[in-house]
Design a protein around this ligand. Structure first.
Ligand SMILES: [Zn+2]
Ligand SMILES: [Zn+2]
Length: 207
């Protein structure tokens, strides 16, 4: 049975085999499939980001982005109390870059933690806008490409701020979740971000 029984030991939680996506159906099948792959082995990035032939490529990207947002919220939770308006009054990665927060009518200088929260919220509202994305089983390609690249570029900054300013948190999180590695591979695979914008060194990733 694909359910965690009450009293299951932690190591056996979600310990069922990954289901064959062609046997899964319903609007959440792709999301469930991605989550199962991550639970089964979060280090198996190639498998996690490779779309099965029967899944629409834009639906695949869309569901991955939603998943990244879920997991990035966990990263921000780890940063709370350590990344504050006092420690990081501006959103920076390295010294040379200052990011203005575009989540407002007029772009403004938000503190790093606010920038991260505002951009996660903005990305969520773009992806859950029922007018642009009325369905989770088919996506108008025009609504995919531009929005997805926009979101990916902004979310990547959460990783770069964390890496360059809170390295310990970055490393702990990456060791467990492989999230930045997955995100980077995903962005490059689907051409959602220029390799020039990748600022975190390869050595920090789990390739
Ligand atoms: Zn910070
Ligand atoms: Zn803001």
């Amino acid at each position: 049975m694909r359910r965690n029984r009450i009293g299951t030991k932690a190591e056996f939680l979600w310990a069922w085999d990954v289901e064959d996506i062609s046997q899964m159906n319903g609007p959440l099948a792709v999301q469930e499939y991605i989550q199962e792959l991550i639970r089964a082995d979060s280090s198996n990035i190639k498998q996690i980001i490779t779309p099965p032939p029967e899944v629409d490529i834009h639906v695949w990207q869309y569901e991955h982005l939603r998943q990244f947002i879920l997991e990035l919220n966990l990263l921000v939770t780890q940063l709370k109390g350590l990344c504050t308006a006092q420690t990081c009054p501006k959103m920076k990665a390295t010294e040379d870059w200052l990011y203005l927060c575009a989540a407002h009518k007029k772009a403004q200088e938000c503190s790093a933690i606010d920038y991260m929260i505002h951009n996660l919220d903005q990305s969520t509202s773009i992806l859950t806008n029922i007018k642009t994305y009325p369905s989770r089983v088919s996506i108008n390609p025009q609504n995919a490409t531009n929005n997805f690249a926009f979101i990916v570029r902004r979310l990547y900054r959460l990783f770069s701020h964390t890496y360059f300013n809170h390295k310990e948190i970055f490393e702990d999180f990456e060791n467990e979740m492989f999230l930045c590695t997955r995100f980077t591979e995903f962005a490059l695979k689907f051409d959602l971000m220029s390799p020039k914008l990748i600022t975190i060194p390869k050595e920090a990733l789990k390739l």
